[in-house]
Design a protein around this ligand. Structure first.
Ligand code: C2E
Ligand code: CA
Ligand code: CA
Ligand code: CA
Length: 258
């Protein structure tokens, strides 16, 4: 209880106190072995508790409405950073930003994305928004919102696919670009036999003309299974953990992504 209250209180000042940072994890094309983009992940260094996981503080930020300001900070930081790399001749890479469904359903978010793209001068095609499956709960509303983002030119990815509310029918009705197979399926691949589910998700996405990304790849076994079944893009500790911007820049340079 105390921890939750502290987090809630201190979250308010975390932006002003420069306690947030982003780390980046490469998205790799297995066929070419090159990086095609990166996911931006939020980090918070709390004065008392040290590094607090976004899995803990994002839900609190959603409850208190602070997600709006935090989400804007993440978007700005990620877009500006990607533009800086492009200006240095690195890439061009696509940056993926996690957006909570609450943030997405807030009418102001479209304007925020527009403004951030204008101010950072990042071309919209190099920004991808990752949203979880729960966006599918209200299909009519979601389709309208998603369509507006598509008009802006940004890409839309359905994160953690297979874990929540999902229906093939709905999937085909929404203007999305990518499905991300949830890490839990990849995790279990080596112990339980999750291959039928993963194969089904890959086939589904190929049939719907969506690109397919796997997350949480840690072993060569997992990588080889995905490759053999037609999933050619993924991320995970096998390639790299999420790292700070300066380290990521080294990764881009040594990987020769151009
Ligand atoms: P997610 O979007 O599903 O992100 C994937 C999580 O898996 C990240 O945890 C990442 O560090 C971790 N990961 C990546 N590859 C591997 C791997 O090979 N093995 C293992 N064990 N883990 C791996 P992280 O950074 O702690 O983020 C947790 C969740 O917090 C994210 O899940 C996302 O839902 C949320 N989150 C992170 N940043 C933001 C943000 O800026 N905004 C919002 N709304 N949510 C965020
Ligand atoms: Ca994600
Ligand atoms: Ca995910
Ligand atoms: Ca997740």
């Amino acid at each position: 209880m105390k921890r939750k209250m502290d987090i809630e209180n201190q979250l308010k000042r975390a932006i002003d106190k420069n306690q947030f940072s982003l780390v980046y994890q490469p998205k790799v094309n297995f066929q070419t072995n090159k990086m095609i983009g990166m996911e931006a992940l939020l980090r918070w260094e709390h004065p008392e508790y040290g590094w607090v996981s976004p899995a803990e503080f994002i839900p609190i930020a959603e409850e208190t409405g602070q997600i709006e300001a935090i989400g804007k900070w993440v978007l700005e930081t990620a877009c500006k950073q990607n533009k800086v790399w492009q200006q240095q001749g690195l890439g061009p890479l696509s940056v993926s930003v996690n957006v909570s469904v609450l943030q997405f359903q807030n009418g102001k978010f479209l304007k925020t994305v527009k403004t951030v793209l204008e101010e950072s001068k990042l071309d919209a095609q190099f920004l991808e928004l990752e949203i979880t499956e729960s966006i599918m709960q209200n299909i009519k509303e979601s389709r309208d919102i998603l369509t507006q983002f598509k008009k802006l030119g940004v890409k839309i990815s359905i994160d953690d696919f297979g874990t929540g509310y999902s229906s093939l029918h709905i999937l085909s009705k929404l203007p999305i670009d990518t499905i991300k197979i949830d890490k839990s399926f990849i995790d279990e691949l080596d112990q339980l036999d999750r291959s039928p589910i993963i194969k089904a998700i890959i086939d589904l996405s190929l049939n719907l003309n969506l690109s397919i990304v796997a997350e949480g790849i840690e072993t060569v076994n997992q990588l080889e299974f995905l490759q053999a079944n037609g999933c050619m893009i993924g991320q995970g500790y096998l390639f790299s953990k999420p790292v700070k911007a300066n380290e990521f820049e080294q990764l881009i340079r040594t990987n020769d992504v151009r």
